[in-house]
Every structure is written in structure tokens, then in C-alpha cells.
Design a protein around this ligand. Structure first.
Ligand SMILES: *Cc1c(COP(=O)(O)O)cnc(C)c1O
Length: 370
């Protein structure tokens, strides 16, 4: 892997998470959300693993993410949940991607560009107010017009919940379903209707419809939401010390000499920093685990390195656990005052992803070299 600082991705846990999700969803299709490099876990290898587990619907946010997956396999069904600007719609066709559409104008452009019918998913606005067709007295006619375009297949329709509370989610769900029912009455049947993300899926089993769009839960990131599901984190983050030394009382550490030794202190330098994705504001609050002990991060965290206060038992050969089952993504997110998704999707290409199954390394993804 050519670098000590690396992410471990546990494919056995991934498999277990998928099993519990599938079991919970019964007949509903599980669409796996692989945006943001599969929440930092490496979308190419996660897609391959999920495909082997029987999942073939992958959702991303952008065209480039979709093309990245398409280059891996022509068998994946790839849906872009975000907006694709008109200028890139010919790539949607060239790469056989399913776009999210919310205007008649875009549907018309796609229809013109396509030489054979292509599938689209319609996004409906029900209260999030991010993307989607607004429900008004024209929407039925507009969707009718879209359905008449000869190269457009209205495969899907979806909306996104704000997750404020059951009452508000139900209101959104009902708006969506009312519209779907009205369309049915007009003879327009959309086969793939979907509204739930991970939390929606767990909280509202009655909203599953034809597909759920699951991200966080696949990666084991929704501990408090998991309820009846048996979900485990799949990612951990590790390194090894690059330098260990003792500094004298009064000497200081890192930029601005902000941390000053109150006594002679063993200092370990660790080869990871904020450019790997670790939050810089973990400074003076973060901890790493070595063997059975936690050691505090001291001094300002640099772009590529940081320092910890050690004791004289630690050697250069000890593995350092930055994120693991004791110092979890959730712990780090709380200390860094953000959410779990942000912590994992920040990991950069510079950090090798090492995929583990049955305690064996089965694949290493290095984002920098081929
Ligand atoms: C990111 C996203 C999801 C997945 O959300 P999780 O909470 O990670 O499951 C689902 N739907 C849309 C529209 C999204 O943008």
C-alpha cells in the first residue's frame, strides 16, 4: 500500500449490513447510494462488492461519479439524483445513465438527443425545497407531456424527506402519493417510486414503495437510527508513528508553539493531517488509540502530520488507531462538531483504502497511482 496511513474497509460487515437492510425491506429494491466516493469508502470497490451481494442499482449525485461507475461495469444501473446541466445531457445517453429530471425543457432536450428510448426519474418537490417539480395545477399536464415524448421512458419518480418528524414526513409522503394516484387516473403509471433514505427507511416502513435509497446505513453510520437492524461500521483509520522523541519541559509543539510541555514529554509524530480528511479542529480535543491506551493529539494539526503525547512504552512499530470501534466516526464527528457523513466523505484520494474480508486483504485502492 506504500503508505502507513490507510483506511480499512471491512467487507464482512458490509455484507452483514446489506443482509439486515434487505431483510428489513423485504420486496422493496435496495438502491445503494454511492455518491461522494461511497461516503469515502471507495465507490469502485464498494460497487463491485455490492454487485456480488445482489445489488445492481447505484445512485450518485453527479455525472462524473456516474461515469466513474459506468467505466467499471456496463451491468450497473446508475441513477444520478442531482441535476445534470443541459450541456452534459449527451453524456447521459452515451454512458447509459439514468438522470433526474424536473423540467419539461430538459426532458425535451434529452428526447431529441436520444436515438433509442432512455429512462428518467422525475423529482417531485414536496417540502425539502432543494430540487424538484413543484406541485401546482399544471404539473399533471407537464408530466403527461413528458410521458408522450417518444424517446423518454418515465421509469421513476421520487421525493426527499426532510426528516423533521413523523407528521411532516407523512405530509410529504401523502403529497407525493396523491400526485402518483392522480397520474394513475390519467393512465400514467410510474413503476419505480421512491422516497426513503436510510433514516426514512428505518422510521417509516410504510413509505418504502418500490425502492429505498440507502447510503449511511450501508456503511454502518446510523447507529441511533438502526432500531431493529443489525448494522456495523465498516471503516477504520490507522497509521504508524513516523518519529518518537522526548522533548524538554518548556519546549513546544507545532505552529505558533501553541502547546508547551509542562514536563519532559515523549512526543510521537504521526503521518496524517487535515489534507487526508481528518478535521483540523480535532486539535487539542482528538485522541488516538495505541494498544489499550488513548493518547491525546497536541499542538496544531498540520496538513500532513500531527503530534501526540505518548509514553515510553510505544515504539515505531506500534499500530495507531485513529478511528476504530473505540474512537468511532460518531465520536470524531461530535468532537469536530459535524455529522458522521462529513467525517467519512472527507477522506481524500491520498489515503489508500484497504479492503478486508475474512481478516485477509482482498484489495487495495490507491487513488494516486494505477
Ligand atoms: C444522499 C441521499 C440519500 C442517501 O441518504 P442516507 O441518509 O445516507 O441514506 C438518499 N436520497 C437522496 C436524494 C440523497 O441525496
Amino acid at each position: 500500500m506504500l503508505r502507513d496511513t490507510h483506511l480499512k474497509i471491512n467487507i464482512d460487515h458490509l455484507e452483514q449490513n446489506i443482509k439486515s437492510i434487505k431483510n428489513y425491506c423485504q420486496d422493496t429494491t435496495v438502491g445503494a447510494v454511492l455518491k461522494a466516493n461511497a461516503y469515502g469508502h471507495g465507490s469502485k470497490y464498494i460497487a463491485k462488492s455490492l454487485y456480488e451481494m445482489g445489488i445492481n442499482t447505484f445512485l450518485v449525485s453527479t455525472l462524473l461519479e456516474a461515469i466513474e461507475l459506468r467505466q467499471e461495469s456496463k451491468d450497473y444501473k446508475i441513477i444520478i439524483m442531482g441535476h445534470t446541466p443541459d450541456a452534459y445531457l449527451k453524456e447521459i445517453i452515451a454512458y447509459d445513465i439514468i438522470p433526474t429530471i424536473f423540467t419539461y425543457e430538459q426532458a425535451k432536450i434529452l428526447n431529441k438527443l436520444a436515438t433509442t428510448p432512455i429512462c428518467i426519474h422525475l423529482k417531485i418537490e414536496t417540502g425539502f425545497n432543494r430540487l424538484g417539480m413543484q406541485i401546482n395545477n399544471k404539473i399533471i399536464d407537464v408530466i403527461k407531456e413528458i410521458s408522450k415524448l417518444k424517446n423518454i421512458i418515465l421509469e421513476g419518480a421520487f421525493t426527499h424527506l426532510t426528516l423533521k418528524n413523523r407528521e411532516s414526513d407523512l405530509e410529504q409522503f401523502n403529497k407525493f402519493q396523491d400526485l402518483m394516484n392522480q397520474l394513475e387516473e390519467e393512465g400514467i403509471t410510474i413503476p419505480v417510486k421512491h422516497v426513503c433514505d436510510s433514516i426514512g427507511m428505518v422510521l417509516h416502513p410504510d413509505f418504502h414503495l418500490d425502492m429505498v435509497r440507502v447510503g449511511a446505513l450501508i456503511y454502518g453510520l446510523e447507529s441511533e437510527e438502526k432500531g431493529v437492524l443489525d448494522i456495523k461500521p465498516i471503516l477504520s483509520f490507522h497509521t504508524k508513528p513516523s518519529h518518537i522523541k522526548t522533548i524538554r519541559k518548556g519546549e513546544s509543539i507545532s505552529y505558533g508553539n501553541r502547546w508547551v510541555a509542562q514536563e519532559d514529554t515523549v512526543i510521537g509524530t504521526l503521518p496524517f493531517g487535515y489534507s487526508d480528511g481528518y478535521p483540523r479542529n480535532m486539535y487539542s480535543k482528538g485522541k488516538v488509540q495505541i494498544r489499550d491506551h488513548f493518547y491525546p493529539i497536541i499542538g496544531v494539526i498540520c496538513m500532513d502530520q500531527c503530534m501526540v503525547m505518548l509514553d515510553d512504552t510505544i515504539t515505531l512499530n506500534d499500530e495507531v488507531h485513529i478511528i476504530n470501534e473505540n474512537m468511532t466516526v460518531e465520536n470524531v464527528a461530535r468532537i469536530a462538531e459535524t455529522n458522521k457523513n462529513e467525517i467519512v466523505c472527507r477522506f481524500t484520494a491520498r489515503v489508500p483504502r484497504v479492503y478486508i474480508k475474512n481478516q485477509q486483504i482482498i484489495h487495495i485502492e490507491n487513488g494516486l497511482i494505477k
